[in-house]
Design a protein around this ligand. Structure first.
Ligand code: ADP
Length: 449
């Protein structure tokens, strides 16, 4: 096992990784920007090193400063968490060049799955269903029209190097496709430094179902079943749960096994998530692979009992996954509400500032992953998520009752959070029935205004 790990991240996930390190008897070194210098989770680390000012480009996204901190602290490995540098092959490569273990996949595996065109090709080869569409990058207008007439409108143009919901355009007819393709290529080239775009079928009423996987350095790959993350606003997940309600378990098993096969085919090590969209007939199409731990990993931890963050560290240290696929069983139902510092009544405006009251819920089956304490000031520089409230119960109905009870115990003042929205959603008939689509929340919000 490693002696010391540097955590190249901040906030709740930094604290989550500190906890995993300490349970494994590993020292945790945090890096921080000046905007986070008072953050109390830094005191839980064995050492904390300032790497620059608030803007992420000058701190959490600055590879040379993070590597310098790793060398000063003499760490064996770096955990990137999610966001920031976690999906950058050049960061994984920089760690390798400096003989520091990157806790995650090799730059080669990351490159293969991170590029959307390459990822689709690899998925197809592994027998994982992908959206009908172009085989590779689309160069010419005529080629785009030919493919669209084969698969039928609507289609979506995507940037091969795109991410974070950017670089996508939906086209409902030939005229918009014609006028969009060149523009999409130019935009992709400006935004991602790679002008390659491709086309696939656009699904109008889709559910988002993703599969958690783990692969190790001994050729083993398993899945930890699925999560449903269909409650979204502007492609941002707000509620995640597992198992996915009202879907044929045999069909889920097929995509879960496919996902494990896919990561095995690229010799993947660490935690990965294969994201799928499902249509009204329960057909699945893979969207992309996230080559890192996800925000919503706790719901899988709650139903399987597997500690995904600890596993990612153990795998990087060269240990084999201590479970066979048949060891992974599912118990009960888990749900996560993201507590973002945003005002749901004011078009989700970010609500930064000092938190005076912070009362976290507790009791049976309740887990709160947060770095926030009373007196904490939410910096304006970063993502607005300040806490994740996760509950676990015997079944979905009891899970919703437990979440309702826990949300009622959560008091964060005076800043605004998504808590009242979550409370309304727990009572919403469509959500309670299970099986909403990814635009459900946006339609609901529109109908309320
Ligand atoms: P990113 O890497 O930018 O997150 P994804 O490929 O994961 O891009 O897509 C992000 C979101 O865009 C999906 O969650 C879904 O809401 C929508 N989307 C992407 N592809 C399709 C598609 N073919 N049909 C319908 N919606 C799609």
């Amino acid at each position: 096992m490693f002696k010391r790990i540097l955590i190249a991240n901040r906030g709740e996930i930094a604290l989550r990784i500190i906890r995993a390190c300490h349970e494994l008897g590993v020292e945790a070194v945090c890096v921080y920007s000046t905007a986070d210098k008072e953050a109390p989770y830094l005191r839980q680390a064995d050492r904390a090193i300032c790497i620059g000012p608030g803007p992420a480009k000058e701190s959490y996204l600055n590879i040379s400063r993070i590597i310098a901190a790793a060398e000063i602290a003499d760490v064996d490995a770096i955990h990137p968490g999610y966001g920031f540098l976690s999906e950058r092959p050049d960061f994984s490569q920089a760690c390798r060049d400096c003989k520091i273990e990157f806790i995650g996949p090799s730059p080669e595996a990351m490159g293969k799955l991170g590029d959307k065109v390459e990822c689709k090709r690899t998925a197809r080869a592994a027998g994982v269903p992908v959206f009908p569409g172009s085989d590779g990058a689309v160069e010419e207008e005529e080629e785009a029209i030919r493919i669209a007439s084969e698969i039928g409108f609507p289609v979506i143009i995507k940037a091969s190097a795109g991410g974070g919901g950017r670089g996508m355009r939906v086209c409902h007819n030939e005229a918009t496709l014609r006028s969009s393709i060149k523009q999409a290529q130019q935009e992709a080239s400006a935004a991602f430094g790679n002008g390659a775009v491709f086309i696939e079928k656009f699904l109008e009423h889709a559910r988002h179902v993703e599969v958690q996987c783990l692969g190790d350095k001994h050729g083993n790959a398993i899945h930890l079943w699925e999560r449903d993350c269909s409650m979204q606003r502007r492609h941002q997940k707000i509620i995640e749960e597992a198992p996915a309600p009202n879907i044929d378990r045999t069909k889920l098993q097929v995509i879960c096994e496919g996902a494990a096969r896919l990561i095995k085919s690229v010799n993947y090590h660490g935690a990965a998530t294969c994201e799928f969209l499902m249509d009204g007939k329960q057909n699945f199409y893979m969207l992309e692979v996230n080559t890192r731990v996800q925000v919503e990993h706790p719901v899988t931890e709650m139903i399987t009992g597997v500690d995904i963050v600890k596993m990612s560290i153990m795998i990087a240290a060269g240990m084999p996954i201590p479970y066979k696929q048949s060891d992974i069983s599912v118990r009960g139902h888990a749900m996560e509400c993201r507590i973002n510092a945003e005002d749901p009544d004011k078009n989700f405006r970010p609500s930064a500032g000092q938190i005076k009251t912070f009362e976290a819920p507790g009791g049976p089956g309740v887990r709160m992953d947060t770095h926030v304490v009373p007196g904490y000031t939410v910096p304006a520089n970063y993502d607005s998520m300040i806490a994740k409230l996760i509950v676990h119960a015997d079944d979905r109905e009891q899970c919703i009752s437990r979440m309702t009870r826990a949300l009622g115990e959560l008091h964060i003042e005076p800043i605004k959070t998504l808590t009242p929205l979550h409370q309304r959603l727990m009572e919403n008939a469509g959500f309670r029935e299970g099986g909403i689509d990814i635009h459900y929340l946006e339609r609901l919000l529109k109908s309320l205004t």
